[in-house]
Design a protein around this ligand. Structure first.
Ligand code: MG
Length: 484
């Protein structure tokens, strides 16, 4: 009996005397809605500045070749939290409030992997991976949830295309604010929408403070802050309404910037900013048909709902002092698919048991030159493979798709004209020389085209392709809500 006791005594003494084991980093993931590549001043925004967000670039690394996985809400969020193409999980598009499907409970999210490592986990904002109770965040690894479970323009029946109109209260859909699993409030008016950024920020700050000072003080935390803004109908709180003099979109961006400042202040005040990995990005490009209520693609072609770069290329800012180089600009390809394995790598978490598509980019974030991400599939419209990419060469396949170019955009909350089934022509584009995807090089580089066609075949065999009526061998079942 003596020996085991002695063993534990030595172990305990060793633990107490040893230098403090490196504490797992906290993780703050800020995910904007419909914010484009050109919407931050550190990416060239005009008319207003975003000093707090720009500071993340000064303190950390700014990625200029960073892609969201899908150019639409639900699919994009599924990829972010699972490290998989959404179509691998039988998810696509944007789930309507009455949708009976969602992220399959058997899929492991980043929150679940971090929770297993002792993390406290909270999400404040837009979920959009299933609205039925069995799909809510608290069933997918989050301890706390507060927010609207889907988009802030969605009526509680299938979206009927009714425009979100500023200044007409009756046009605002009643939206449930969920706390945990229960609706606690209804968002009805422009004023209510305008308080969303503030309310989510308050919850985020209180989550940080509570986890620093409360009974969980020794635990690291994962804070996921998927803001409802800057998705239409855009609105700001009274403090920011009209503040910039540059229009409502600028006011809303100013409040979002304030929000990031509040989160960073809370980390600093609690002595946590040095051991916290902060990531800031967006779910897809701007919804261009909303004109002055949409953001900017920064000059990339088209926007949300398209697989041109304007739909996919988003800001990517990453900050962790002493680990991620400060002031670095990185032009290597990286995607939201890669965040799960990268964050897991930093936090000592395992990967999901089922295969994922993301790559561990810890070395790249620490300063390595080469990204582990060289290939990318652009999937949209359920399971249509609209383009593939290797390095900076991108092959677009002929497909019916959204087209905003050539149509008159809307104004002040009104939708403009758009074509949802434009016969998009095929083309081979060199993004290094032609970021706007204007000059088809198919005949100039037939070998590159053949290489990308072979890559597309690999994608089709694995994930399928609706454009060619192909079924993928490795697509997993989505979650379907029980009838009750
Ligand atoms: Mg979105």
């Amino acid at each position: 009996m003596k020996k085991p006791f002695l063993f534990f005594l030595i172990l305990a003494a060793g633990f107490l005397l040893s230098p403090t084991a490196p504490k797992k980093p906290n993780v703050v993931l800020i995910f904007m809605d419909d914010m484009g590549y050109g919407d931050l001043s550190c990416y060239g925004a005009l008319n207003y500045t975003t000093p707090n967000i720009d500071q993340l670039a000064t303190d950390g690394t700014r990625f200029t070749n960073f892609l969201t996985t899908h150019a639409v809400c639900t699919a994009s969020r599924a990829a972010l939290l699972t490290g998989c193409y959404a179509n691998r999980l039988s998810l696509s598009g944007a789930l309507s409030p009455s949708a009976r499907n969602g992220l399959h409970p058997d899929e492991e999210t980043l929150a679940e992997l971090l929770k297993e490592q002792g993390y406290a986990t909270g999400i404040f904002g837009k979920w959009h991976l299933g609205n039925k109770p069995e799909f809510l965040p608290t069933k997918q690894g989050f301890d706390e949830y507060f927010g609207i479970p889907y988009s802030n323009d969605m009526w509680p029946v299938d979206y009927d295309g009714t425009p979100a109109i500023s200044g007409n209260k009756t046009q605002y859909p009643p939206l449930p604010m969920i706390n945990g699993t229960q609706p606690v409030d209804t968002i009805r008016t422009l004023t209510d929408q305008g308080l969303l950024t503030k309310r989510l920020t308050e919850r985020a700050v209180s989550f940080i403070t509570k986890n620093r000072n409360g009974p969980n003080a020794a635990r690291p935390f994962f804070l996921y802050l998927p803001h409802h803004m800057v998705h239409v109908p855009i609105a700001a709180s009274p403090r920011f309404m009209g503040k910039t003099g540059a229009g409502l979109f600028a006011d809303v961006m100013q409040e979002v910037d304030w929000s990031v400042g509040e989160v960073m202040n809370a980390l600093k005040k609690n002595g946590l900013d040095k051991n916290t990995l902060v990531i800031f990005t967006s779910d897809n490009g701007p919804w261009l048909t909303f004109g002055n209520h949409a953001g900017s693609s920064g000059g990339f072609r088209e926007g949300k709902g398209t697989t041109y770069e304007g739909g996919h290329r988003v800001p990517g800012l990453m900050r962790w002092p002493g680990v991620i180089p400060a002031g670095r600009v990185c032009n290597q390809l990286l995607t939201t698919l890669d965040l799960l394995p990268t964050i897991a790598g930093f936090c000592g978490a395992r990967l999901p048991k089922k295969p994922i598509d993301g790559k561990n980019a810890v070395a790249l974030l620490k300063g390595a030159e080469q990204s582990p991400r060289q290939e990318f599939y652009y999937y949209y419209r359920k399971n249509s493979l609209e383009a593939v990419r290797r390095g900076n060469m991108k092959l677009v396949f002929a497909h019916p798709g959204r087209r905003d170019e050539g149509y008159v955009p809307g104004k002040d909350g009104y939708r403009g004209e758009t074509n949802e089934n434009f016969p998009t022509p095929p083309g081979l584009y060199d993004l290094a020389h032609d970021p706007g995807e204007r000059y088809d090089l198919s005949t100039t580089y037939p070998l590159v085209k053949a290489d990308l066609e072979a890559l597309a075949e690999k994608a089709r065999a694995d994930l399928g392709d609706d454009l060619q009526q192909r079924t993928g061998a490795n697509v997993r079942a989505g979650g379907i809500a029980s009838m009750k």
